[in-house]
Each structure stands twice: as structure tokens, then as C-alpha cells.
Write a new protein. Structure first.
Length: 234
């Protein structure tokens, strides 16, 4: 969607979510590890509230060994006011910008946020997937407004994340580290929930958060600090 057509009001944004929701494909394989499908990007954003700017970071990892292949950052004006459930409209222009700057095209993008685990089933990960056609996964630190029981203590344990209004499973609370609080995985686009969980566990081989998220968060913070100091992030 061209920036000129980007929603500017809550009513317009909700209507756009309702329009895009049927286009989400909540099924499909995870990354295969094949040469053309082993690159996975993590994306994250940070805000400079004083100047109304958003910094987006993308870090591409190789699924085999999780080595960093490429990093990129982008700085944009905040495109939308803060409204719960509509955060994608604040962040997506910058995220789309930073993905376009990559020279290595990822087959999968992991977002620090939600996919189908969203009131209108179109969180940032799903929205991004529909706009780009990429396989996307949402991995969030909190369960938003949804219910879950505590998963078992061992790594790999999970419990359904459900909508209290409908009982629908919208994601899973996943234990990526034994005895450490879970992360909340939901389908973004072109991947099934089991495959999204498996991919998350493969990426979180040492810490609670996937390496994609950890690297993107670190780069984002460095880029924001550099912006505020008037220097380069790299």
C-alpha cells in the first residue's frame, strides 16, 4: 500500500484490517533449511518520541548455525497515532522500508509482536505477511488480551493461547527455556501454528527470545541511540 493511501484515522485502520484479514494464510510449512529457504529475518522498532520518529531494524540470520548474514536500519516519521490493536499502522511503513534495504531476501520474517493473536486476527506479523507475501511469525513477550494456562516447565512445553470470548486458539504459550517464563507464538502468514512453534524453538536455542528478535532489538536500540546522538548506527 503506498504511503499516500496509508490510513490516518482509527476507523480507516480498522476497515483496512477487516479487508486484509481474509487474505491471511494460517497454514504452510516452516523454513526447510534448503539453500533458498534458510534465511530468516528478525524485525523490531524503537521510537524517538521527541522527534516523532520510528527506527526499524532488520537482521538476517542463517538457520544453519544462526550466524548473522546482514543488518539494516531505517528511520521514518511515525505514520499513525498510538491506538491499542492498531500498532502495525505505526510500525509497518518503517518495517517495509528496512526490509527493502536488505540485499539478502529472507524466506521468513519473525516479528516482535502478534500475528493471529490479535482482536481482529491481523497483528503486525499477519499484516506484514499479507503485504509482502513472505512467511511471517509473531513472537510476543506478553499474551495481550488472551488467556493461557502455564505450560510445563521443560523447554518445548506449550499451552494454547485462547480468545476468552470465543475459545478459539489464536497462538501458543511456548517454553523456550526450562523454568523461564514463556513467549507467545502466533501464526503470521503462510505457516501453520505447529510449524511456527517449531521455528521459534529452533531460533531460541540459548535464550528465552529467538535470536532473530534479540539481534533486531539490539540493532534497533543502537540505531536509536546513534540517531539521538547524530551519528551512524554502524
Amino acid at each position: 500500500m503506498p504511503v499516500a493511501d496509508w490510513p490516518t484515522t482509527e476507523t480507516e485502520a480498522i476497515a483496512e484490517q477487516e479487508r486484509l484479514r481474509p487474505l491471511v494464510q494460517p497454514y504452510g510449512p516452516g523454513p526447510s533449511g534448503a539453500q533458498d529457504d534458510r534465511l530468516i529475518a528478525g524485525v523490531d522498532v524503537a521510537y524517538d518520541d521527541e522527534r516523532d520518529l520510528v527506527v526499524a531494524a532488520a537482521v538476517v540470520l542463517d538457520l544453519d548455525g544462526l550466524a548473522v548474514v546482514e543488518e539494516a536500519t531505517a528511520v521514518d516519521r511515525v505514520a499513525f497515532p498510538y491506538v491499542p490493536g492498531l500498532l502495525a499502522f505505526r510500525e509497518l511503513p518503517a518495517v517495509l522500508d528496512v526490509l527493502e534495504r536488505l540485499t539478502h531476501a529472507p524466506g521468513t520474517v519473525v516479528c516482535d509482536g502478534y500475528g493471529l493473536a490479535h482482536p481482529r486476527r491481523l497483528g503486525l506479523a499477519s499484516h506484514l505477511g499479507v503485504l509482502t507475501g513472505l512467511r511471517t511469525i509473531g513472537v510476543a513477550k506478553t499474551p495481550f488480551t488472551f488467556d493461557h494456562r502455564e505450560p510445563g516447565a521443560p523447554r518445548g512445553s506449550w499451552a494454547p493461547l485462547t480468545d476468552p470470548a470465543t475459545g478459539e486458539e489464536v497462538g501458543r504459550a511456548v517454553r523456550t527455556r526450562a523454568g523461564v517464563k514463556p513467549v507467545f507464538v502466533s501464526v503470521g502468514h503462510r505457516i501453520g501454528l505447529t510449524e511456527a512453534v517449531d521455528t521459534t524453538l529452533a531460533l531460541a536455542d540459548r535464550y528465552r527470545l529467538p535470536e532473530t528478535t534479540r539481534h533486531a532489538d539490539s540493532l534497533c536500540r543502537r540505531a536509536l541511540a546513534a540517531l539521538q546522538k547524530g551519528t551512524s548506527a554502524n
